[in-house]
Design a protein around this ligand. Sequence first.
Ligand code: C5J
Length: 225
Amino acid sequence: MPIDAQPFAFGLDFPRAALVIIDMQRDFVEPGGFGETLGNDVSLLQAIVPACAAVLRAWRAAGGVVVHTREAHRPDLSDCPPAKRLRGKPSLRIGDVGPMGRILIAGEPGNQIIDALAPAPGELVIDKPGKGAFYATGLHERLQALGVTQLVFMGVTTEVCVQTSMREANDRGYDALLLEDCTESYFPHFKAAAIEMIRAQGAIVGWTAPSQALLAALPQAAVRA
Ligand code: C5J
């Protein structure tokens, strides 16, 4: 069914689509976490939580596949790309002890997905050591096994992990749709630029749409699935 999107309608094939929620983790979104400690205003990211929760509820009600990602590394950092350690802000780097445990280390309190979007039993939870959801995760193989060919993206941050994951998805043959009001950046002009880049040149990376456009189509999806 057609979703009113840019640069043109996105033809949602719901039985072959998955909702992918990128890195809605305490350390990025909550006050007192890694993001805020670096000097960022996390209220920008918190503002998208209700819209994300509404989409997640509707997607689940329609019986769709849900994927959650976490930016997460092994405690010994053996899977951490060097650039992340070498080129972060010197004050606080991945693996250092932050306000919610070791920064972006699997199992630490800050590494968990926020309660409002907590994974339900049976949903895929992917720990990703890169910025993209496909690098060193096996996500592509898991989606292929489920027959998924379309991905609807939400999450943070727009220009880093969301955009990287969409580009990876696009190169692997997925149709990728980004929900504009369900993604955010600490830098609003980066979000705006990323959205423009994604849908430029006839959807060079993918499509973007407001979440209402998807929500309007989901009841029909549930009937057809
Ligand atoms: C994400 C980051 N999730 N900005 N990470 O975008 O480093």
